[in-house]
Design a protein around this ligand. Sequence first.
Ligand SMILES: [Zn+2]
Length: 413
Amino acid sequence: MSAHRKRTSCRICGGPRLRPFLDFGAMPLANSFLRSEEEFAGEQAFPMEMCFCEDCSLVQLRDVIDPEVLFRNYVYVTGTSETVREHNRRYAETVVKLLDLKPGDLVVEAASNDGSLLRCFQEYGVRTLGVEPAANIAEKARAAGVETVNEFFSLRLARQLKAHYGAARAVLANNVLAHVDSPVEFAGGAAHLLEGSGRFIAEVQYVGDLVSNLEYDIAYHEHLCYFSAATLVRLSEAAGMWVTGIERHPVQGGSLRLYAAPQRDRADHAPEALAFVREEEEAGLNRWECYEELARKAADHRAALRNLLERFHEEGKVVAGYGAPAKGNTLLNYCGIGPQLLPFTVDRNPLKVGSFTPGMHIPVLPVSAIEERRPDYVLILAWNFADEIMRQQTDYRIRGGKFVIPVPQPRIV
Ligand SMILES: [Zn+2]
């Protein structure tokens, strides 16, 4: 089987009217960091095109990469960021209170990564079970005391888990719903695994923030869907669930948290969720024109960022990157920013240090390289952690170093 194929139907409504608006061209996989220069020649790139469903308004990539290629050896480890740790603590507290979870109740997390969120639930005596397809990361979670099944979450797996562990009070899915090619089946699996009074709780990046903050770099092959409140409601319906709430959260550049129940306790979805959908309609988020304009703005942004970095280069200034996130690779590849304009980037994740970024082949160095090489500017590729990064780099700033935050418009701070 080829690693890449193109869909012809929408992932939620199944309709055929997928209209492309932003073509990234051939892109490497955003998390396929290269270990050495010998790997450059054999590197693969795949088409990547964002589309709008003219039937249900779901924004999605038409391109599908075999999940075995994408996720079996994933390098993103959630435990590494302070912002995420704090988010996890509050998340667990909220869910424990909301569902009045008692010791012995079961909480299952799909794509549980290194188990850092489930560990926060364990502090309340709740039983936890992780489901994580990346073997290396599932192993880390087990070592930290979080029972973890090394599998992709699916309806079939949900049946097995329910038979073995019993029904769950909560099924959590953070930053994974957008990764699956069949989100309706995935959410259906969660519904099956839940007790009647349980909740499916899913966090996804919000397409409304993508549009208003021009965060087009959150597009990469792993992110197949870009949800709105409206499309989350449609998804829940398609999976046989009722929406009890949709909240906005600032994480990951702006996210939505969906709460859905397998059992209906009122006539319709929660009125706040429906009001949210109406607001989106008023803002035009359900219309083609919104995305046509997004594509135009992305092209202008690319020109502006390149001009800025070229000017620095002509002036003899050194620019380093901060972070080697997947979205940084979308940004660098789409804007054509290579080692000439950005000679290195740094990252706190030891799994990435010593490697080269996909496509642009920028060396990833440890964070101490900022101190040692003293670049004139630091381009924050991990812009969702900009505040945290700038706080950690006060010495650099005191010595006159400046930061460039790339979105929504490149700005020097
Ligand atoms: Zn659709």
